[in-house]
Design a protein around this ligand. Structure first.
Ligand code: UGA
Length: 438
């Protein structure tokens, strides 16, 4: 394949919009396809429907080149040689398994237009076995095309960097030709020295969920240690630092707090358990049930600290919540621990006011009954307690002395172990953090 050939990207959400803009920046002509006309209209104007640092600039820049276009018309794939499927695989409404509706319908929708020799490349996170069944489906509907799986490991907040300089490229292929096509697409990234891993289809699918399960396990491990530290009078932040110096353990993803959320880790570990059970390997992933339980318990533990600081009956109290998104540098509130805690406190009768630098609108859509403040000042005014639940940089820069004049009670709970405890305490605040007892 040469650089003037054309790629299509099916599904222009987080993953697809990023992939489309990044592939365009590598010099390809890219057609982005999505069923949502509003999303397509926004992207076509060079506007991003979500917040992702750096991607807005890249999108606008690539739109100007004329190489990148967006449409709702699936027949546009007829122009392209390689088709990246980037649609969502959310948790099903009626269980733990992933909902594959969008993946199946995306492949069915492009099949009639596929050129002979074209390659469909799945990037969505799917239960193992999905790729093979889609490949069988294509063998009937578009016999001159092939299908490969190329899982994506990008993190929200670092989407462009992770796409253009990933720490590895993994391709699940059924033959050499598919691998060669993918090698030529990713040639500029391979040239940077990026490790290239060829796998069979099931292994490629498994690499993705294994990686996310490992990350979830690391987080729940440190949150379990936080629970023990609380019981034993220890400090989980010191413990994490100390074990992290062992390179076999490493210090990343050992930040104790209210746990993981977002559109990936929680639903991926659940879908993995559901799939293992179908395959007769339920026992192998039983531990993920505990990982999920530890994670959800962290949310409850914060609420317990709030009750012990204020009262069992929260109806008299104003609680200021700093952070609504599932992590900083994102406007994503899917399965956000911060928003879940805010909603639970609201349901328990507290007067909850939420602030977030980027996530107020999506949070309001999800929980219209919550109160939102446009500024930290407005949020904390008259508060009986502040909860710090998403570690945005601007919260770390807050001046505890100034804030002390605005609140009713100087009590703060750091749900992310990210604030400077000594600074807050020296300004007269009662400061609690998960996993730290003194
Ligand atoms: C995650 C993976 O990190 C990506 O590699 C993967 O591609 C992506 O899912 C996906 O499957 O698409 P992401 O959901 O953007 O990426 O978020 P992470 O950075 O993994 O954070 C997940 C959650 O864990 C956040 O709520 C974060 O606050 C929490 N976390 C993270 C902790 O509580 N402690 C930590 O030490 C690290």
């Amino acid at each position: 394949m040469t650089m003037n050939e054309t790629l299509s990207v099916i599904g222009c959400g987080y993953l697809g919009a990023t992939h489309a803009a990044c592939m365009s920046s590598l010099g390809f002509t890219v057609i982005g396809i999505d069923t949502d006309p509003e999303k397509v209209a926004m992207l076509s104007r060079g506007e991003l429907p979500f917040y992702e640092p750096g991607l807005d600039t890249l999108l606008a820049q690539e739109m100007k080149t004329g190489r990148l276009t967006f449409t709702t018309d699936f027949s546009a794939v007829a122009e392209a040689d390689v088709h990246f499927v980037c649609v969502g695989t959310p948790q099903s409404k009626d269980g733990l398994a992933a909902d594959l509706t969008y993946v199946k319908s995306a492949v069915a929708a492009i099949a009639p237009y596929l050129k002979d020799g074209s390659l469909v490349v799945g990037k969505s996170t799917v239960p193992v076995g999905t790729a093979q069944s889609l490949r069988n489906q294509l063998a009937e509907s578009a016999p001159q095309s092939d299908l490969a799986w190329n899982p994506e490991f990008l993190r929200e907040g670092f989407a462009v960097e992770d796409t253009l300089t990933p720490n590895r490229l993994v391709v699940g292929v059924a033959n050499d030709r598919a691998e060669e096509i993918l090698k030529s697409v990713y040639e500029p990234i391979i040239a940077l020295g990026t490790p290239w891993i060829r796998a069979d289809l099931p292994t490629a699918e498994l690499v993705k969920v294994a990686a996310n399960s490992f990350l979830a396990t690391k987080i729940s491990f440190i949150n379990a240690m936080a629970e023990v530290c609380e019981a034993a009078g220890g400090d989980v932040t010191v413990l994490a630092k100390a074990i992290g110096y062992d390179p076999r353990i490493g210090n990343r993803f050992l930040q104790a707090g209210i746990g993981f959320g977002g559109g990936c880790l929680p639903k991926d570990i659940r879908a993995f358990m559901a799939r293992a059970e179908e395959l007769g390997a339920k026992q192998a992933l039983e531990f993920l049930r505990e990982i999920d339980a530890i994670n959800l318990r962290a949310r409850q533990r914060v609420i317990d600290v709030v009750r012990s600081d204020l009262s069992e009956n929260l109806s008299q109290y104003k609680i200021a919540v700093l952070g609504a998104t599932f992590k900083p540098d994102s406007d994503d509130v899917r399965d956000s621990p911060a928003l879940d805690i805010a909603a639970q406190l609201h349901a328990a009768g507290a007067h909850v006011v939420v602030h977030d630098p980027k996530g107020i609108e999506p949070a309001r859509k999800r929980f219209p009954s919550l109160n939102f403040a446009e500024s930290v000042t407005e949020c904390v005014k008259g508060a009986d307690l502040i909860l710090h639940l998403t570690e945005w940089k601007e919260y770390r820069a807050l001046d505890p002395s100034e804030l002390g004049h605005l609140v009713k009670n100087k009590i703060i709970i750091d749900g992310r172990n990210a604030l400077d405890r000594d600074l807050w305490r020296s300004a007269g605040w009662k400061f609690h953090a998960l996993g730290r007892t003194d």
